[in-house]
Write a protein that binds this ligand. Structure first.
Ligand code: SAH
Length: 257
């Protein structure tokens, strides 16, 4: 029997129009789809009516499917000749465990393909008018996780903040909602409290929501504006124009009320 392949497909931030043509083709051609949490229903809806769809995320408060189970399923299905698509939110290689899965599959002699998706931080920034780099404001951008790993290894935030400040880098923080308070404290050790940020929740989805402010107010604003996961925080001078526009709009709204 001919062995199938596994394609790790980036489903983008949610809006199906942001999928690549390659992603749409892969989703339509799959006989088995293993779907992560943050993949929008409209994207899953592109699958063939005969495809098997397995949700392996933790929606509904349940524990997520153990990673070993997902790996085993991918190996067995592809060995049985299935065309497996592993569908992940955003891009498979940005905080998506795509690297680990690719290594595992390659060890089992299974052919792996990767189809890029638009990562949440990129989409979120553009959707609220923030250019992640800008000739006068930011010479680069860092995608970083705000989630502390169970083994305690975490980002050195004061050092990262200092470097971002010195080298004019934009920080795009994923998974930072729950730790907003400690992130704020740690970042303030390396950059000024006046550094602007925007936080975008559910980027590209109908419920998209944003909050904006300065670093010294990060946790308070995230809480008062009820920014919940999934959200990204874009921190740096590139966020200032959007912050000012947002503030002006809020003031106009208050004056009219
Ligand atoms: N591979 C994904 C990231 C997975 S980690 C990607 O490339 O986008 C999950 C985190 O991504 C969330 O906690 C949140 O920080 C971010 N995220 C995913 N979808 C999002 C969306 N639609 N809007 C804002 N943030 C999102």
């Amino acid at each position: 029997m001919k062995q199938g392949i596994v394609t790790l497909v980036g489903a983008g931030p949610g809006d199906p129009e942001l999928l690549t043509v390659k992603a749409v083709k892969a989703i339509r051609g799959a006989s088995l789809l293993l779907v992560d949490d943050l993949v929008a229903d409209d994207v899953i809806g592109l699958a063939s009516s005969t495809a098997r769809i397995v949700h392996v995320g933790k929606r509904g408060g349940c524990r997520s499917t153990p990673q070993e189970f997902i790996l085993r399923m991918m190996v067995q299905a592809s060995q049985a000749g299935e065309n497996v698509v592993r569908l992940k939110g955003g891009d498979p290689f940005i905080f998506g465990r795509g690297g680990e899965e690719q290594e595992h599959l390659s060890r089992h002699g299974i052919e792996v393909q990767v189809v890029n998706g638009i990562t949440a931080g990129l989409a979120a920034a553009s959707l609220v008018g923030v250019p992640l780099t800008h000739r006068e404001l930011a010479q680069g951008v860092v995608f970083v996780t705000g989630h502390t790993r169970a083994d305690g290894t975490s980002v050195d935030w004061p050092q990262l903040a200092e470097m971002a400040q010195r080298a004019h880098l934009t920080l795009v923080i994923y998974m930072g909602v729950r730790n907003a308070d400690s992130l704020q404290q740690a970042l303030l050790k390396g950059m000024p409290g006046s550094t602007p940020f925007v936080a975008v929740q559910d980027a590209s989805l109908p419920g998209q929501k944003m909050a904006a402010g300065t670093l010294d107010q990060l946790a308070r604003i995230m809480q008062s504006q009820r920014i919940a996961s999934p959200a990204v925080i874009v921190l740096g001078e590139v966020s200032r124009a959007t912050l000012l526009a947002h503030t002006a709009m809020a003031q106009a709204r208050n004056a009219a009320a």
